[in-house]
Ligand binder design. Structure first.
Ligand SMILES: C[S@@+](CC[C@H](N)C(=O)[O-])C[C@H]1O[C@@H](n2cnc3c(N)ncnc32)[C@H](O)[C@@H]1O
Length: 278
């Protein structure tokens, strides 16, 4: 008798997300704590770090300010089969007309429909960007993919299992101070990066943007948690403003996976900062 092969797909992010950390994980590994009580990630985005650390944590509390993104996590977690079924329909109907029809559906009520819409747009839009206009409507044009992977059922089911009983909620990052976070826990902050130049200022994932004042407020939250003895880690761009803001905390140089433009490539690799409280 031939033993059945058990196919366990590796869990990785099911969304393309600007600032995704997938390609930096190897450099991050030496700085992650070996054991984690509850893992907190208040800027979850595509969740690359959560998926990499999930086996080390007893539980996880994930959050993001973007309600549509949070709804996708809830649906992957609790309604994965209806979500897959709806995505298959989008896959069958995918063309330019379908893309723009779905993009214009800003008032869907059903949470599964809304999640399938975001996933479909994410896989077919230009560069997997998530950008909204001032009314909060997704406004990224269609991308040029020959054969986009609109539905990967194995990955979605694996992500659903990995999310397990994690708590995912919509919140601004400072809400973390209202939660009981203790020294066994680990908090990872991955905010929109502070721009390193006027031309690289992609800080607006949503209608609210992320300002210099937000970076300063985040530093206060980082310090408040560190004072409680919590292990805190934060990613940001390598620039004088961020270096000054976190002066005194251990700072690790990370070699960025992205090259901003060909001039930057020629100048050498772009660095980022990984700042820890420990
Ligand atoms: C750099 S991305 C996170 C990337 C993620 N770590 C990954 O690997 O894909 C930043 C995230 O912060 C969220 N965000 C922006 N402003 C926020 C705020 N004030 N509070 C909480 N989340 C916010 C955005 O919606 C976005 O998903």
């Amino acid at each position: 008798m031939v033993a059945a092969t058990v196919h366990t797909p590796t869990v990785r992010p099911f969304l393309k997300w600007a600032g995704g950390k997938g390609r930096l994980l190897e450099q991050y590994q030496p700085h992650f704590p070996a054991q984690i009580g509850t893992y907190f990630e208040p800027f979850i985005g595509g969740g690359a770090v959560f998926f990499a650390l999930r086996h080390r944590c007893q539980s996880a509390v994930l959050a993001d300010i973007n309600p549509e993104l949070v709804n996708v996590y809830h649906m992957v977690q609790t309604q994965v089969e209806p979500l897959i079924a709806r995505l298959r329909q989008h896959r069958q109907r995918h063309d330019r007309d379908h893309y723009y029809t779905v993009r214009a559906q800003n008032d869907l009520q059903c949470p599964v429909e809304r999640a399938a819409r975001l996933l479909y747009l994410n896989k077919t839009c230009y560069n997997g960007l998530y950008r909204e206009n001032s009314k909060g409507y997704f406004n990224v044009p269609m991308g040029r993919y020959k054969n986009p992977c609109i539905c990967d059922p194995d990955l979605l089911r694996a992500a659903s299992a990995a999310l397990g009983r994690s708590r995912v909620h919509q919140a601004a990052f400072d809400q973390i101070l209202q939660q009981s976070v203790c020294p066994q826990d680990f908090v990872y902050f991955d905010p929109p990066y502070h721009p390193i130049s006027v031309t690289s200022s992609f800080t607006s994932y949503n209608r609210y943007g992320f300002t210099t004042q937000d970076q300063e407020q985040l530093q206060q939250v980082f310090i408040a948690l560190a004072k409680r003895g919590v292990r805190v880690m934060l990613s940001n761009s390598d620039c004088p403003f961020i270096r000054e803001l976190y002066e005194g905390f251990p700072m690790h140089t990370i070699y960025s996976a992205r090259a901003i433009n060909s001039k930057a490539k020629r100048r050498g690799r772009i660095t980022e900062l990984l700042i820890t409280s420990y």
